[in-house]
Design a protein around this ligand. Structure first.
Ligand SMILES: Cc1cc2nc3c(=O)[nH]c(=O)nc-3n(C[C@H](O)[C@H](O)[C@H](O)COP(=O)(O)O)c2cc1C
Length: 379
């Protein structure tokens, strides 16, 4: 039988179809993986209607149903389908409607065995005293479904839709193995250095694509992912970037930088010459996006600097993992990069990063990193 497990605001739902008719629709464990299952028109239609129901745009399902049950159960389930969206009935109401006013308990039992959750709205049946009584899918789901259908207060009218969730079950490593991995990772991370002399050897585009894809997995404020990366290998464009960067940097070193700043840069031996921009086979320019246009409206992004910083950190770590070197380069100001690279005005250049292999004989400043005790406090 065609089966599909879909996500919903009340947890994963499993849809079972038999011969073009809906046989079962039930709640499954939160950890159940989503599964598109077989190609089937009824499954597609059921999924479409459920999505619309949870979006609040569908109030009554129109699907061929084939629940399996006794005659009495079938009559109860049929009656449940007459309860309008957003309303509730008591078990006694249903028993009366069936002409069996004393069969309240039997109605309750049949209600509890409803194999077609949501579509046959057994969640709309409550106790005579107005309490929710029970629900096969758990009372929290009954509450959520009723709230979705019937905003009861001004506050509910403006209630935010429940977030859609999916199961998250990453592999749980034995902690000893985790610590071993961290130790190896630290040793490798500690060997990373910013490089200012690059080999001109080419680096395949795939390596750059994968590293940027890794950066794109970074966490971000309100999941706005407020970044854009431009990767340049074109030699003419690199030269243009270098010339513009060097002219800005020359002004920085000769006019704008304070004595204190120049002193801080002394151990690095940097000046306005930026051969690395043309030598490195790739330049990656990260842009920050402070505003986003969503559904035609401009909205602010949140924690942009932090989010882009984390993404760029992941980019540097990923490239280092691949044996490649980077330079975190921030010519000041960098706005020339936006125009040069044809980026929209809501984007600001964040960092210019040459990427490649260190040149033969490459040397780096003799720096010491702070020890753990200097950068961390354990309480
Ligand atoms: C935000 C930021 C901006 C930087 N800007 C420059 C730069 O414009 N030019 C440069 O040569 N290095 C720049 N660096 C590189 C630092 O000088 C370098 O990371 C630091 O000296 C430590 O060296 P390491 O990366 O080899 O550990 C920058 C680093 C950061 C994090």
């Amino acid at each position: 039988m065609p089966v599909r497990t879909i996500a919903s605001p009340v947890g994963p739902l499993r849809i079972v179809v038999d011969d073009g008719q809906l046989r079962a629709l039930d709640f499954v464990e939160d950890s159940t993986p989503l599964d598109h299952g077989d190609a089937d028109d009824t499954l597609d239609e059921a999924e479409r209607q459920l999505v619309a129901y949870f979006e609040g745009t569908l109030r009554s399902f129109d699907l061929p149903l084939a629940p399996i049950g006794t005659d009495f159960q079938q009559r109860v389930w049929q009656e449940l389908r007459h309860i309008p969206y957003g309303e509730t009935r008591t078990y006694a109401d249903i028993a009366r409607a069936l002409g069996r006013p004393s069969a309240t308990r039997a109605v309750g039992a049949a209600n509890g065995r409803n194999p077609l959750a949501i579509v046959v709205p057994c969640h709309r049946v409550i106790g005579s005293d107005g309490t929710l009584t029970g629900y096969a899918g758990g009372l929290h789901r009954k509450t959520a479904l009723l709230a979705l259908e019937r905003p009861t207060s001004q506050e509910d009218l403006f209630a935010r839709p429940a977030p859609r969730t999916v199961p998250y079950t990453p592999e749980r490593l034995p902690i000893e193995e985790g610590v071993d991995r961290l130790r190896a990772r630290y040793e490798h991370a500690d060997r990373r250095r910013s490089v200012r002399q690059f080999s001109t050897d080419p680096v395949p585009r795939e390596a750059i694509e994968l590293a940027i894809a890794i950066a794109g997995t970074a966490p971000s404020g309100a999941h706005r992912q407020p970044w854009h990366f431009v990767a340049i290998s074109d030699p003419t464009l690199k030269r243009t970037v270098r010339e513009a960067a060097e002219s800005e940097e020359r002004r920085f070193y000769e006019e704008r930088a304070s004595e204190e700043w120049l002193k801080a840069l002394e151990p690095l031996g940097t000046d306005f010459h930026k051969e690395h921009i043309t030598d490195a086979p790739w330049l990656i320019v990260a842009f920050r996006r402070d505003v986003e246009v969503i559904d035609g409206r401009r909205t602010n992004n949140y924690y942009v600097s932090e989010s882009v910083g984390i993404a760029v950190g992941m980019l540097i770590a990923a490239l280092h993992e691949a044996g490649l070197a980077t330079l975190t380069h921030t010519p000041a100001p960098m706005t020339f990069l936006r125009d040069l690279l044809g980026r929209p005005k809501e984007e600001k250049p964040y960092v210019l990063m040459p990427v490649g292999w260190p040149a033969p004989g490459c040397r780096v400043p003799d720096l010491r990193r702070k020890a753990l005790a200097e950068i961390a406090t354990f309480l």
